[in-house]
Design a protein around this ligand. Structure first.
Ligand SMILES: [Fe+2]
Ligand SMILES: [Fe+2]
Length: 187
């Protein structure tokens, strides 16, 4: 995978980093639930083939991420945020159903955008973990960031030549061409 610059977080005391780290983990924990539900609908809405198989695998990876993040929250004596769990569960279930009605392009594009956000989220989490001296958590955080990058690359490749990309990118902003350029030298 392409090398990434280390994320810098604002200087602060350990209380600041702990609060920020727990907040990101809570967001990620619930976000992984929403992603897994959305992908559960997404792959079921597709015909048999490589896209369906890959997205079914991605769903499993999001479930594993949620388990990993849940263990980190436990280690910090923190709990998932209940309101966030309810909200993201609703969003994930709406996306599950929406994938059957919104056509091929939009679920693929928004999955790529979501993955882009997830990469950044785990990189920032790793920076806070390091600031707290929790370096034993870094391999898992970096691994999750790497997996989200692979997911983003997959969805980028899917949508890159679709005619709707130009107008939707102009409105939403996420640009798969930037991702593809970053990995252009890779197989
Ligand atoms: Fe994930
Ligand atoms: Fe992902």
């Amino acid at each position: 995978m392409a090398k990434q610059e280390p994320i810098q977080v604002k200087e602060g005391d350990s209380a600041y980093h702990k609060k920020a780290f727990i907040t990101i983990l809570q967001l990620a924990y619930s976000g992984e639930r929403a992603a897994a539900r959305a992908y559960a609908g997404h792959w079921r809405s597709l015909p048999p083939g490589i896209e369906r198989e890959t997205i079914a695998r991605i769903e499993k990876e999001e479930v594993e991420h949620r388990q990993t993040v849940g263990k980190m929250l436990q280690e910090l004596n923190a709990k998932p945020a209940l309101w966030r769990e309810i909200l993201m569960n609703c969003i994930g279930n709406c996306a599950y159903i929406g994938c059957f009605f919104t056509g091929w392009f939009l679920p693929m594009y928004f999955a790529g955008k979501l993955e882009n956000d997830n990469v950044k989220e785990y990189d920032v989490a790793a920076a806070h973990a390091h600031a707290l001296g929790l370096d034993h958590l870094l391999p898992a955080l970096h691994e999750m960031s790497k997996t989200e990058s692979e997911h983003e690359l997959f969805f980028s490749r899917c949508v890159q030549k679709h005619w709707l990309l130009k107008p939707v990118r102009a409105i939403v902003g996420w640009d798969p061409q930037i991702v593809l350029a970053k990995y252009a030298d890779e197989p």
